[in-house]
Design a binder for this molecule. Structure first.
Ligand SMILES: Nc1ncnc2c1ncn2[C@@H]1O[C@H](COP(=O)(O)OP(=O)(O)OP(=O)(O)O)[C@@H](O)[C@H]1O
Ligand SMILES: [Mg+2]
Length: 412
């Protein structure tokens, strides 16, 4: 049997083959695909045609869209089987999922990692997932890729640490991660933000993302964690930033060991290109694991005496452990403005007394900042022109250059 898309080949190669057996929202999806891909450029096929389709597809030009809209065992198994077959054929796969349970998600993820788009909500998720596939196709690679290619990413770890409570570390981490995600989005890079404050981490609130049940398993069984379990614990902010929130219940910070943290970071490096980590203020046994793994480590403070004393002790403890200081970037939050001359003198004095140089001075962004945190959105989304947002966007640009230059320097 000649397939419809083969007949069309002389006219135009399809960009996507869409498996839609039993997908209730297919009419709406068809309309969206018409808009996103073009009505002539995608072809609807049935599961029964899978073998033939996978054999004929030119993987450089066409990707596969699978759909799953229910927890029905036969459908989940059929979907998992299609994922395995597509992975074997090394095809790029987008899984469009309706309202399914976490257990179903887990089952299909076990079949092999693919790019996901929840459907129909949130708006834009489908479009962004298709764009990522397009980028991946031009780079000849997968998104998360099937298991056998998963280690092709070698993510950069970006640590964020506030030396005293409330100096703005989480605000900085959230906005830095979002700015990086926005900058590298067109290159199909993946960015994650991890909240390592297992006790009172606030990232879930700052981005208004759900705290997944699986986070508890992740931290309590971190030593035996695999990539599926890691990905399952992540929430997503606007489908662009992958977020590991703190668990729902406060946990002791020493619930993870240094080797657990190393394991999490190794998996994270495989799955993402940039991983921003918001550290708790307390220094734990595993803090050193993050510091050692980090490509760059931002230490935030304010100009007050409490911050200065803590920064002094922090740097001294790094020196005592013989840890390299080169990756450390000192950041002063709520720095005095240009016209505040006495403030500027104070900054100079603080830097001198600590024997450090500030890499970045972040301005006070006023009430807008608190209101963004409360609204659960990065500054770029609701207060784009806020001075703090503009400065963090610059830090993000510098961070990308910095970690990639470091990598090049190491390689040569
Ligand atoms: N530059 C700034 N301008 C205005 N408000 C800011 C600025 N930086 C942080 N804030 C506000 O200060 C408060 C504390 O910030 P944040 O929670 O990020 O600090 P933290 O160091 O992570 O605190 P914690 O010790 O609780 O983890 C938040 O309400 C945030 O909106
Ligand atoms: Mg914090």
């Amino acid at each position: 049997m000649a397939l419809s898309f083969m007949r069309k080949e002389s006219e135009m190669t399809p960009e996507a083959m869409v498996f839609s057996d039993n997908f209730a929202a297919m009419d709406a999806l068809a309309e969206d695909l018409d808009g996103e891909i073009g009505a002539e450029r995608w072809v609807e096929v049935t599961n029964a045609e899978a073998d033939e389709v996978f054999e004929e597809i030119k993987k450089e030009q066409t990707f596969v869209i699978l759909t799953l809209g229910s927890d029905e065992t036969t459908e989940v198994e059929a979907c998992a089987e299609l994922i395995r077959k597509a992975n074997n054929a090394e095809l790029l796969v987008l899984l469009v999922i309706g309202d399914v349970s976490p257990r179903t998600m887990h089952n299909v993820m076990r079949a092999g990692a693919v790019e996901f788009a929840p459907y129909p909500d949130p708006p834009g998720a489908l479009q962004e997932a298709i764009n990522r596939l397009r980028v991946a196709r031009t780079q000849g690679g997968g998104i998360l890729g099937p298991a056998k290619t998963k280690s092709h990413r070698s993510g950069k770890i970006i640590g964020v640490y506030g030396v005293a409570g409330g100096v703005g570390a989480s605000t900085f981490a959230v906005n830095l991660a979002w700015e990086i995600a926005s900058i590298v989005r067109s290159e199909g890079r993946r960015v994650a933000l991890f909240d390592f404050n297992f006790q009172y981490g606030s990232i879930a609130t700052f981005l208004d993302v759900p705290r997944r049940e699986a986070v508890y398993e992740l931290v309590s069984e971190a030593g035996s964690l695999d990539q599926t379990a890691l990905l399952q614990a992540l929430s997503s902010y606007r489908d662009r930033l992958h977020v590991l929130t703190a668990p729902r219940d406060a946990l002791p910070l020493d619930i993870v060991s240094p080797s657990d943290v190393q394991n999490i970071l190794t998996l994270a490096r495989d799955a993402f290109d940039y991983v921003v980590i918001d550290m708790p203020q307390a220094l734990m046994g595993w803090s050193e694991s993050v510091y050692t793994a980090a490509d760059v480590f931002y230490a935030l403070m304010e100009t007050d005496m409490r911050s200065a004393q803590n920064m002094f002790r922090f740097v001294r403890s790094l020196k005592a452990e013989d840890l390299p200081l080169g990756k450390l970037q000192f950041v002063l939050n709520r720095a005095p403005g240009l016209t505040d001359l006495s403030g500027k003198t104070r900054v100079k004095r603080v830097a001198e007394s600590l024997g450090i140089e500030f890499a970045h001075l972040l301005p006070d962004g006023g009430k807008q900042v608190v209101s963004c945190c409360d609204q659960g959105a990065p500054l770029a989304e609701v207060a784009r022109n806020n001075p703090l947002r503009r400065e963090i966007a610059k830090v993000a640009q510098r961070a990308i250059t910095l970690v990639n230059t470091e990598a090049t320097a190491e390689a040569t």
